[in-house]
Design a protein around this ligand. Structure first.
Ligand SMILES: Cc1cc2nc3c(=O)[nH]c(=O)nc-3n(C[C@H](O)[C@H](O)[C@H](O)COP(=O)(O)OP(=O)(O)OC[C@H]3O[C@@H](n4cnc5c(N)ncnc54)[C@H](O)[C@@H]3O)c2cc1C
Length: 487
């Protein structure tokens, strides 16, 4: 698995192999032509193109916050009447103020991350604060993260974390996966997080693991640069948990494979340019044998999608079915060994579960941030909600649970970087963290009162977006089965 193998055997922390360049002390201002959103080629963030310390994005928190009506800032009046009286848009009122960057509640960066990964976090966080969070509600309503966001994130080097440098990526270690997932989760948009993690950290690593030199050259640079969007199409109507029941199949015909069948609940089905998918290529095989993995490209005869699915949460990520009707896929697009596709996908499970868990951590951190901000400002009984002990205790309890969970995520990443199996840890995390996130999102939405139930507030979106984490990437019950097998 890219960047997660035994590069650093014996290290207690997350370290990557040394680089050909250094980010130390790179605090100079960019020269002409070295803009933050740079021209091609799309090198990784770690190159001198975006030096450490360069204020790529500054938050303009206070200006934005002070533009809100005073009664709302101080929580002195009921929100809805004041909103009507002031005739200000719900977007303004319900958009969370952009605050200056705050360190995480439990800051593990210094002890656990390489300078390179810390730098990656810093830049990604600034980008998400400035460019993603303010647009997240619009994307939720549009049901789509725009292509331009992929391209910008690609150009800034955020989408190549799983891809070797030779193909335009930065090949970060397992802590890179954690930081990427955590910062995506902190965006407060599960749809944005799912779109980006699917593309960069779940589907792309399959090509990295099993692709031939030719396949890597054909696909990876475009993925790292965000020029082409990648989806992961596995689930079928016959069931997502028991994947041995997949029915889509392919038969060889000369230099091609002819695919027939259907995939469903596919994130990005309507927007991705290509997909990593799996079908049965040996009709006589049973169970997990006889499957092969392919990269399929959108379009052409035999490829079609269904209607757009309307979801409760993750609405910024489009979802639909994909149909294969005598779809001809070149043999050159088969990834790995024929008939061993199931095992190929299983090799990526630890990374996927780590990514999902980190996204849950990030979303919980954002939930805490929003809620602390709210209760400390919301007037009640001549004081604020924060002055009520039951409120403080509930939040203090969440802080402890979140911190303990975060430690296990970072521990799992460090262990993975040492080349050890983290199947137990990542299955435990994927089983438990979505439950904790849902509980915390529910409790914190409650603390926001009616405001938290209003469409357009970030906490309302988090409440909806928390739900699918216990489904996507493996249902909670399946994860608990995995844990039980290892006890
Ligand atoms: C928002 C979202 C995005 C998704 N994106 C993608 C994507 O991009 N690509 C893709 O391939 N798939 C995707 N999926 C599908 C997802 O992977 C499946 O929903 C998941 O694997 C569960 O499969 P299922 O929905 O068929 O439920 P089933 O397998 O039918 O299971 C239903 C329920 O039965 C219970 N259950 C299942 N197994 C056990 C067990 N062993 N013990 C006890 N109880 C059990 C669980 O409660 C489970 O939720 C997405 C799903 C969602 C909700």
């Amino acid at each position: 698995m890219a960047g997660a193998g035994g590069d650093d055997a014996g290290s207690a922390h997350c370290r990557s192999p040394s680089r050909r360049y250094s980010v130390k002390g790179a605090t100079r201002q960019p020269s002409d032509g070295e803009a933050a959103v740079s021209a091609s080629p799309p090198f990784a963030f770690t190159r001198a193109r975006i030096p450490q310390g360069f204020p790529l994005y500054k938050t303009d928190a206070s200006a934005y916050y002070s533009s809100m009506p005073r009664c709302i800032r101080k929580g002195r009046a009921s929100f809805l009447p004041s909103m009507q009286a002031a005739r200000v848009s719900t977007n303004l009122i319900f958009t969370t103020p952009q605050r200056a960057l705050k360190p995480s509640m439990l800051d593990l960066d210094k002890g656990h991350l390489t300078e390179e990964v810390r730098h990656f976090r810093e830049q990604l966080r600034r980008y998400i604060d400035k460019e993603v969070r303010p647009q997240a509600q619009q994307w939720d309503e549009d049901g789509l993260v725009p292509d331009a966001t992929y391209r910008t994130m690609g150009e800034l080097g955020f989408l190549g974390l799983a891809i070797p440098e030779a193909f335009g990526g930065s090949d970060l270690d397992a802590c890179g996966t954690v930081v990427f997932g955590e910062e995506l989760g902190r965006s407060g948009s599960g749809g944005f997080a799912a779109s980006m993690s699917d593309h960069a950290d779940m589907a792309a690593p399959v090509i990295v693991r099993a692709g031939t030199e030719d396949q890597k050259k054909r696909f990876l640079p475009d993925i790292a640069a965000g020029r082409r969007r990648l989806g992961f199409a596995v689930t079928e109507p016959s069931g997502g948990s028991d994947l041995t029941r997949m029915k889509a199949s392919a038969v060889r015909q000369g230099e091609h494979w002819i695919l027939n069948g259907q995939k469903t609940f596919i994130t990005g089905a309507l927007s991705a340019d290509m997909f990593v998918t799996i079908v049965r290529t040996d009709p006589g095989s049973k169970g997990a044998n006889g499957f092969s993995v392919f990269v399929i490209e959108r379009g052409g005869p035999g490829f079609s999608t269904g209607r757009k699915f309307e979801k409760t949460g993750w609405r910024a990520a489009d979802m639909s079915e994909i149909f294969f009707e005598d779809l001809a896929v070149p043999d050159a697009n088969m990834l790995g060994e024929e008939g061993k596709g199931f095992h190929l996908l299983m090799q990526g499970l630890e990374r996927e579960r780590l990514s999902f868990s980190a996204q849950c951590i990030g979303m919980m951190e954002r939930t805490m941030e929003l809620t602390l901000d709210f209760v400390k400002n919301r007037a009640a009984y001549g004081r604020t909600l924060w002055d009520l002990q039951s409120i403080r205790h509930e939040l203090a309890g969440y802080a402890g649970e979140l911190s303990a969970a975060k430690l296990l995520v970072y521990h799992a990443a460090a262990k993975k970087n040492r080349g050890e199996s983290v199947r137990l840890e990542t299955s435990m995390l994927k089983a438990q963290l979505p439950q904790l996130l849902k509980r915390m999102a529910d409790g914190c939405t409650q603390m926001h009162g009616a405001t938290g139930y209003m469409h357009g507030t970030e906490i309302e979106r988090i409440f909806r977006d928390a739900r699918p984490f216990s489904l996507g990437g493996g249902a909670a019950a399946v994860m608990l089965d995995e844990v039980a097998k290892l006890l």
